[in-house]
Write a protein that binds this ligand. Sequence first.
Ligand code: NAD
Ligand code: ZN
Ligand code: ZN
Length: 385
Amino acid sequence: MLAMNYRGPQRVRLDRNKPMPEILHPQDAIVRVTRSCICGSDLHLYNGNVPDTRVGETFGHEFIGIVEEIGPDVHKLKVGDQVIVPFNIACGQCTFCKQELYGNCHEANPQATAVGGIFGYSHIAGGYNGGQAEYARVPYADVGPMVIPADMHPDDAVLLTDVVPTGYQAAEMGGIQKGDTVAIFGAGPIGIMAAKCAWLFGAGRVIVFDKEEYRLDFVRKYAQCEAYNFMSIEDPVVFMKKTTDSLGADVCIDAVGAEAAGSKLQTFTGRKTLLQAGSATALQWAINSAKKGGVVSIVGVYGPTLNMVPIGNALNKGLTIRGNQASVKRLLPRLIKHIQNGVINPKELITHHIPLEEIADAYRIFSDKLDNCIKPVLIPPSAKM
Ligand SMILES: NC(=O)c1ccc[n+]([C@@H]2O[C@H](COP(=O)([O-])OP(=O)(O)OC[C@H]3O[C@@H](n4cnc5c(N)ncnc54)[C@H](O)[C@@H]3O)[C@@H](O)[C@H]2O)c1
Ligand SMILES: [Zn+2]
Ligand SMILES: [Zn+2]
């Protein structure tokens, strides 16, 4: 089958002969992928910033498809079902899954004590192949996958695998109270969705920072919020103080993660030399922009080791810091309703539909922010069968 193939930092190509996935466990299903996305999280892999990313791996944790085959212990799905596959691989049985912490399943990734299993996200997330391919093996097939509602557009469905739940959970973890000022760092798909969802929790003011003008223009319209270019204001922390009577934001959301721009020191230590687990510029801004007693919600991805983070400020301001991989399965029922009721329209974020065969170009366009790209979707040739 055709599949994305990682060759090393910034080198991705199409594998024309990847072996077809097989049922390896009675609870597996094989899904024929009809759409998959490239995510900001894939860029951390693409840029070589995630340890134990192996040459030959297939990325892709955001995909939908048609069930081709099921193992003998799969009872809720049948061949032919069109399914949303959450990016988390979760067993549904462990102590964490029972608390609906599907991003922290203890069984799906025996390698790690923190993160659970994730499709196509290196061996630190379980070493599973991803969905930027024609077919994918889906473990615990009765747990994660959900049949796509008949009236749902596939572009909406594919964004339910990650972007919508992650943006929503970013806002949810902020504990937004009515009238709160919410500052969001990052206007990628995740920051855009977080801005949209912040209003659902009662935000009074939503302010987004990025450096890409086209993304700032998009988020202003899509989420009806304020949006500023951090390259053309002196300092986002000072800006946030000035615009809130010196108090700061009630809630700050980091939707950037380890590859943040904006600080030479952070970039040098976190991206060029890897002396810390990524550049923590956005997190630093989030902590320093938050009001005393406020909340910092982190969905931007970082590695587990030390970062240059102003933790003393967090302590002395009495901040609550929350973060996690989104718990997709927990959020799907309510987010499907929001889409059906027209509250959220995720497919507007999709700027590019690209054939899977053009995978290398797709990565370059998304990574280099070419052609006003916000979210690219890959379509495998077998999707049209
Ligand atoms: N926790 C989860 O479950 C989860 C799920 C999906 C994605 N993520 C993470 O969320 C982050 C965003 O994902 P995305 O798909 O939107 O990525 P993206 O790369 O498309 O967007 C990131 C944006 O941040 C901007 N940026 C860079 N430095 C900044 C700074 N200092 N301040 C403000 N903006 C800055 C970039 O210009 C870019 O527009 C990534 O770290 C990704 O790994 C987490
Ligand atoms: Zn993703
Ligand atoms: Zn589990």
